[in-house]
Design a protein around this ligand. Structure first.
Ligand code: CA
Length: 219
């Protein structure tokens, strides 16, 4: 099941997209403004976002730019009433994966969503993430280390999932905070270090490297 975040403030369009997605087996979540779009998008709980440009609060392009700034690779399809070349260029340069002008037909949106979800680089569809003997089944919520079951709390699981989705990449404390704990968490908190310690105890200390002054990495 693919979870789709729909950021759209016009109720009529939001309901239209939501209804269509449900009918095709997706699990949609609708948010009506830029702030909540951003908070949901960086939670790592979605497989794709459909993002309206004209949103109250921070607009869609700003949401997209902040999302990419924190390192999120969430596929984003932009929706907009503005169909000028300039907006299209801005949207794609801002890290959008695709672009649709209103009014649009649901089927076209559906095709574009499926196309983006099939992108193998995202690796969100299969539900199983694996690296060096550490294996996470996101659908079954099960973790094994070298074939042995490990019991992780929800937070530890989320943290492990973020590492496994970005293997070999240094993740800063801020990135981990925003992805696991949410956008509004106090950046001065040491909660990331505490949870990395918990996770190491359960999956093995060598599996998560400390990169001095930068953050942590799954080697
Ligand atoms: Ca709008």
């Amino acid at each position: 099941m693919n979870r789709i975040l729909v950021a759209e403030d016009e109720t009529r369009i939001a309901q239209f997209v939501q209804k269509g997605l449900r009918a095709h087996g997706f699990v949609p979540t609708v948010v009506p403004d830029g702030e909540s779009a951003l908070q949901h998008a960086i939670s790592d709980e979605f497989d794709l976002m459909v993002l309206d440009i004209g949103l109250p609060g921070i607009d869609g392009l700003e949401v997209l730019s902040r999302l990419r700034d924190v390192g999120s690779t969430l596929p984003v399809i932009i929706l907009t009433a503005r169909d000028s070349i300039a907006d299209r260029v801005t949207g794609l340069e801002g890290g959008a994966d695709d672009y649709m002008s209103k009014p649009f037909g649901f089927e076209e949106l559906l095709v574009r969503i499926r196309l983006r979800l099939r992108d193998p680089a995202r690796a969100t569809d299969g539900g199983v993430l694996e690296r060096g003997g550490l294996r996470l089944d996101t659908a079954a919520h099960r973790v094994t280390v070298d074939g042995r079951d490990v019991d992780l709390s929800a937070r530890e699981f989320a943290l492990a999932e973020v590492f496994l989705r970005h293997p070999g990449q240094v993740l800063s404390r801020e990135q981990l905070l925003s992805r696991v704990w949410g956008y509004d968490f106090d950046p001065g908190s040491n909660v990331v270090d505490v949870y990395v310690r918990y996770l190491r105890k359960k999956v093995g200390g060598q599996r998560i490297e400390t990169v001095r002054g930068s953050g942590y990495r799954l080697p």
